[in-house]
Design a protein around this ligand. Structure first.
Ligand code: PEP
Ligand code: MN
Length: 376
């Protein structure tokens, strides 16, 4: 059960102490307090843990200072959407960028950092095209142990400095071990925090519970958790709940296609029909990764690349974030060159995604109008 306080109640107020005292007096219950920092206000949520069956929800809702009480189902206690009335915020802000179930950010960038020159070319193209987010892989989990594993901590300083130089506010960067967290933190310190990092947990680590717990315990960086490519959606959402249960709720959930064994034309089977499902089940903004889903620059007869078609499918279904691989010279890329788009394709790609986003917004406005008409 979640007790949501009136937004004006501060933790150091008398009203707050009074309501906490009353909740503490409930039998066989422990309290866990969470503050949700929004752009307009701070919401205090109090989780009642323990024997909640005997509690009277309606009575608790009458306590002074209580705004409403939400009964949570067993699943996704923190991240889930629960009973009617659970209209808790579905957004967070990081380094001046708002991540929400209502907007869209495109993270075009390098799959893997190779040279400072390529990083600079990428960042410059992003700035020219009005972008403030990117993806940059420093730690690469590779299927083959002899493949390039990423430059790791050795590239972080120049990646962060170049990001700052070109006005990039958030870099999605995969980590595969808790040590990488400290390396990123150190490099940001050393370079004077010119940019921000969204920690990415990749599909191979979705159920690396110790990594999830470590990342969940820190609140400095938000997290992009990718869906596991060979497990159920429910299992992946539970992995996200691991992060939240340790304290970090600034999570974006990423769809990136599923492994199938049917001789697919694509690297993975695109699963972007699950965008609205994740939004229905949880409060998390949803990311799609058309590059790792499709995996090739194959073109359909209409001239659009299949990566673009998949990307547009994600956006028209309401995706809030997108990772997409670009490279100035894909033939020279050390990882995933065959799926990289060219820098000169960036303005076209962004315009194409804008068309898909506008179509989504029109669809959402149409149904909102219909609902209003039927309720009048
Ligand atoms: C990536 O985004 O670089 C990546 C390796 O993705 P995934 O974990 O989805 O394979
Ligand atoms: Mn890749």
């Amino acid at each position: 059960m979640i007790v949501i306080l009136e937004p004006h109640i501060h933790k150091d107020s008398e009203e707050y102490s009074r309501v906490i005292e009353r909740l503490k007096a409930l039998p066989n219950i422990t309290l866990r307090v969470h503050q949700e920092q929004g752009t307009q206000q701070t919401l205090t949520e109090i989780y009642l843990v323990g024997d909640t069956h005997s509690l009277n929800k309606e009575e608790i809702a009458t306590f002074q200072g209580v705004n409403r009480v939400v009964k949570v189902s067993h699943e996704y206690r923190i991240l889930g959407r629960h009973a009617i009335g659970d209209n808790r915020a579905s957004y967070f802000e990081y380094n001046g960028v708002i991540f929400s179930q209502d907007n869209l950010h495109i993270f075009a960038g390098l799959c893997a950092v190779d040279t400072p020159e390529h990083v600079e070319m990428m960042m410059k193209a992003l700035q020219t095209n009005g972008q403030v987010c990117t993806r940059m892989g420093a730690y690469k989990p590779r299927t083959n142990p002899y493949s390039f594993q990423g430059h790791g901590k050795h590239c972080l300083n120049y990646v962060f400095e170049l990001a700052g130089k070109y006005g990039i506010k958030v870099i999605a960067m995969e980590i595969t071990h808790e040590n990488h967290l400290a390396e990123i933190r150190q490099a940001l310190e050393k370079t004077g925090h010119p940019t921000g990092v969204m920690l990415q947990i990749g599909t191979r680590n979705t159920q690396n519970f110790e990594l999830l717990k470590n990342v969940g315990r820190q609140s400095e960086f938000p997290v992009l958790l990718k869906r596991g490519f060979g497990i159920t959606l429910e299992e992946s959402l539970n992995a996200a709940e691991y992060l939240a249960s340790e304290g970090n709720r600034r999570i974006v959930f990423g769809l990136r296609g599923m492994k199938t064994n049917l001789g697919d034309p694509h690297r993975n089977l695109v699963d972007f029909a699950h965008v609205p499902v994740v939004k229905r089940l949880t409060h998390m903004p949803v990311c799609v990764d058309p590059s790792h889903s499709v995996g090739t620059r194959a073109q359909s007869p209409d001239g659009l690349m299949e990566i673009q078609h998949a990307a547009a499918q994600g956006v028209i279904a309401g995706a809030n974030m997108m990772l997409v691989d670009f490279h100035p010279y894909p033939q020279k890329a050390l990882v995933d060159g065959p799926q990289a788009l060219l820098l000169q394709e960036l303005p076209w790609f962004l315009e194409d995604m804008q068309i898909a986003r506008e179509a989504y917004e029109k669809r959402a406005a149409l149904i909102a109008k219909k609902i209003e008409q039927t309720s009048n």
